[in-house]
Write a protein that binds this ligand. Structure first.
Ligand SMILES: [Zn+2]
Length: 308
């Protein structure tokens, strides 16, 4: 069986103002880089309201719908904008992760990558921020727990920014383990080691500016992977951000393409040990177009190797 690539053209309809780093060209570059790969290409459905309501209250859903501009942009926080196509894009992104979980849990795909935007890991329960509208990774976890009846789901996040939204949405969820590494100090400022979740279910791994691949690998190998193995998740969700890359303009870590391949390969190995290889990966950040495309391709190629 092939790795699933789940996306939708509506995710290109979420437009941001000129000069904004989270731009349409990101997804265009990714899709171009993945074009030659032998993937099971799947069209993302729109998420149902009931899906979104697993993680956000109805009032927030109404606020997001009401913020949709007829033309131009609505600015909903310092760096988060909506265009006329943003609501559909956000519902496709959320629908993609739901479909990915259904495929992987249903045996239709061994693993899946959701090439979607807007990203999700900064969206808190009732607060859109950091380019994010709906908490896609947390939704994947909740859907697997509540709809598929799993007992343990892990969300791992190696985006350079702290996954504050995922942490917020799963803070009081004892069936979820959240492991996230991030540059610190860096926006949004959270992600300290003493943020451990209501049930000790959150592990934060802050990394100093200029941390390179070797130190990153040590942090994940020594702290994250033992914790992940002992939790024995039945599904691993990856918040896949590529902005820890040395070329990224928004942050100062020095990971290279091979580091993203390495962490993906390691996560695939653990998934094979504990959950028959089941992984759902969803795109978060990554703002240097060439680095983003190369690292995404390396990530997906590791998923493909694991699927064989
Ligand atoms: Zn990021």
């Amino acid at each position: 069986m092939k790795t699933a690539l789940i996306t939708h053209a509506d995710c290109l309809g979420h437009v941001t103002p000129t000069g904004h780093p989270e731009r349409v060209a990101r997804l265009e570059h990714i899709l171009h880089a993945l074009e030659p790969l032998d993937l099971n290409r799947v069209t993302a459905p729109l998420a149902a309201d009931d899906d979104i309501l697993r993680i956000h209250p109805a009032s927030y859903l109404s606020d997001i719908r009401d913020a949709r501009p007829a033309e131009g942009f609505t600015q909903i926080d310092g760096d988060t904008f909506m265009s006329p196509g943003s609501v559909d894009a956000a519902f496709r992104a959320a629908g993609a992760v739901v479909r990915a979980v259904d495929m992987v849990m249903g045996g239709e795909a061994p693993n899946a990558f959701c090439a979607v935007r807007p990203p999700g890991h900064h969206a808190e329960t009732s607060t859109a921020m950091g380019f994010c509208l709906f908490g896609n990774a947390a939704l994947a976890a909740k859907h697997a727990l509540d709809h598929h009846g799993l007992s343990r789901v892990a969300v791992v996040d190696f985006d350079v920014h702290h996954g504050n939204g995922t942490q917020d949405l799963l803070w009081d969820e004892p069936r979820a383990l959240v492991i996230t590494s991030q540059q610190m100090p860096l926006w949004p400022g959270t992600g300290r080691p003493d943020e451990t979740g209501a049930h000790g279910n959150v592990l934060n791994l802050p990394l100093a500016p200029n941390t390179g691949g070797a130190e990153m690998r040590a942090a994940w190998r020594d702290q994250a992977f033992p914790r992940l193995r002992s939790f024995r998740p039945e599904l691993i969700v990856i918040s896949t951000g590529f902005d820890a890359h040395a070329d990224d303009p928004l942050a100062n870590l020095n990971w290279e393409t091979e580091d993203f391949a390495w962490i993906t390969s390691e996560l695939c190995t653990i998934a094979r040990e504990v959950c028959d290889g089941r992984i759902v990966s969803t795109l978060e950040g990554g703002y240097d177009l060439n680095a983003l495309a190369a690292a995404t391709r390396a990530h997906v190629q590791e998923l493909m190797k694991a699927a064989q």
